[in-house]
Design a binder for this molecule. Structure first.
Ligand code: SDX
Length: 429
């Protein structure tokens, strides 16, 4: 591929540079297009637009490949653990033993939140959706940690990053405990990240909580699968919020808000609700027909993806994890799993889904697994937010540390009224 492109515009042409990445599509640099031609480009869903340069994650949607700093997700999920992948996403390399120990020490000792935060929770209704509580409580961190909100100070950026990774599971567990009317459980420094999260969610003061190592390993792997995913909607939200200089806690709160949507991180909750509504295998054809009906807004939740036009590699690992958890808990005959596997089989052999390249995504099997772990569906997207916080922070850090960084300010195609004069009340029809 050459290093230049020409845009032929009749009376004048535009010379545009082409930039090449390590792998993946080249990009046409249009930064000077408006200055040179008076034209904007138009791509409202960003289907063909690269919003930034990044070194963190790469997806090949046609091949179903997902790399974090060059390492395939399959290898990271099998051989790594979540905090190790957090280090990799934040700093670009897998940690040495000493780097790993130091990182784990620092994260572990930032897991408590300011005690005043408990008062903040008590302002919410108990039946508030936990994601509403998360948007509020994550944003509220800005009100407690003024000593790590100066984004121009590398030390404060590092402290804020560690605090976000460390405190998000504590806030998520508090949102769950508040939702079910149980007392908050403090983090424990003798537990791993996933063990600590399960303990804060499911321990009660009346008896010791036994960590199940199979379930803790599954929880850790679920965090790994959801950690980062290029410039998805919520990550792009965090980047845009951060480009104005907003503090990192406020930017992550914006990411939580965007993730909540059923087309994005809310799909795991919607997928389980869909499987529950289908109920039995004999009702699957009815829902497949609805998903194909242009006049029916229904979509198969947990299916399809803007980038993956092949099987989401995370979905395969998620399915394996689902079987491990159900086997461990003696639930392998879970009717929801039977419906999910039959639905997947039918959809993958249906011409509509084949032609549109619709495959299961990470959200298709996660709901069954999380339900089996003991979480209510309202907590599913909260767990997604716990995992994705490190991806948001890593992408935010990469943007802030980019010397070319400017405030993001898209333009538009205006199709509204041309300029006109004010009409007095008597002149209005
Ligand atoms: C996540 O971006 C990321 O990386 C996100 C994520 C991450 O890790 O951050 O991977 C996490 O959000 C996964 C996606 C979770 N969402 C869902 O499972 C919701 C159901 N899926 C769809 O809403 C949809 O597939 C999207 C939102 C995921 C993708 O939407 P696109 O790329 O805008 O595709 P589209 O809506 O233009 O659909 C293309 C065609 C359409 O038909 P036509 O208009 O061309 O005739 O495919 C159809 C759609 O009707 N289609 C579906 C479908 N998804 C797309 N038809 C039935 N069921 C579906 N699930």
């Amino acid at each position: 591929m050459s290093d230049a492109a020409k845009l032929v515009l009749g009376e004048k042409d535009a010379e545009l540079g082409i930039r090449h990445g390590t792998i993946g599509p080249d990009v046409v640099d249009i930064a000077a297009l408006y200055r040179d031609t008076g034209l904007f480009t138009y791509d409202p869903g960003f289907t063909s637009t690269a919003s930034c340069e990044s070194k963190i994650t790469y997806i090949d949607g046609d091949e179903g490949v997902l790399l974090h700093r060059g390492y395939p997700i399959e290898q990271l999920a099998e051989k790594g653990d979540f905090l190790e992948i957090c280090y990799l996403l934040l700093y670009g390399e897998l940690p040495t033993q000493q780097e790993r120990d130091d990182f784990i020490y620092r994260v572990t000792r930032h897991t408590m939140v300011h005690e005043q935060m408990t008062k903040f929770f008590s302002g919410f209704r108990r039946d508030a959706h936990p994601m509403a509580v998360m948007v509020g409580s994550v944003g509220a961190l800005s009100a407690f940690y003024h000593d790590s909100t100066d984004i121009t100070d590398p030390h404060q950026r590092m402290v804020a990053s560690i605090r976000m990774v460390a405190k998000i599971p504590t806030l998520a567990a508090m949102a769950y405990k508040y939702h079910i009317g149980q007392p908050f459980v403090y983090p424990r420094n003798d537990l791993s990240y996933a063990e600590n999260f399960l303990h804060m969610c499911f321990a009660v003061p009346c008896e010791p909580y036994q960590i199940n190592p199979v379930l803790a390993k599954a929880m850790d792997r679920i965090f790994i699968l959801h950690a980062d995913h290029e410039q998805n909607a919520s990550t792009s939200t965090v980047r845009l919020a951060g480009s104005s200089g907003a503090n990192p806690f406020a930017c992550i709160a914006a990411g939580v808000a965007c993730l909540w949507g059923p087309a994005h991180g809310g799909a795991n909750e919607a997928a389980l609700n869909m499987l529950t509504e289908i109920g039995t295998k004999d009702r699957i054809p009815e829902f497949i027909a609805r998903a194909k009906d242009k006049n029916d807004p229904f979509r198969l939740m947990g299916f399809g993806h803007r980038v993956y036009k092949n099987y989401d590699p995370r979905a395969k690992i998620m399915q394996q994890t689902c079987h491990e958890v159900l086997d461990e808990l003696g639930l392998k005959d879970d009717p929801l799993l039977e419906v999910a596997m039959e639905l997947e089989h039918i959809a993958l052999n249906d011409p509509y889904f084949i032609e549109k390249k619709l495959y299961p995504n990470v959200d298709f099997y996660s709901g069954i697994t999380l339900k089996a772990l003991g979480f209510p569906t309202t907590m599913f997207t909260v767990l997604f937010a716990v995992a994705r916080t490190v991806g948001w922070i890593a992408q935010w850090k990469e943007m802030i540390e980019d010397p070319q960084q400017r405030i993001g300010r898209p333009r538009q195609l205006y199709t509204g009224a041309p300029q006109r004069d004010y009409l007095s009340l008597d002149d209005r029809s």
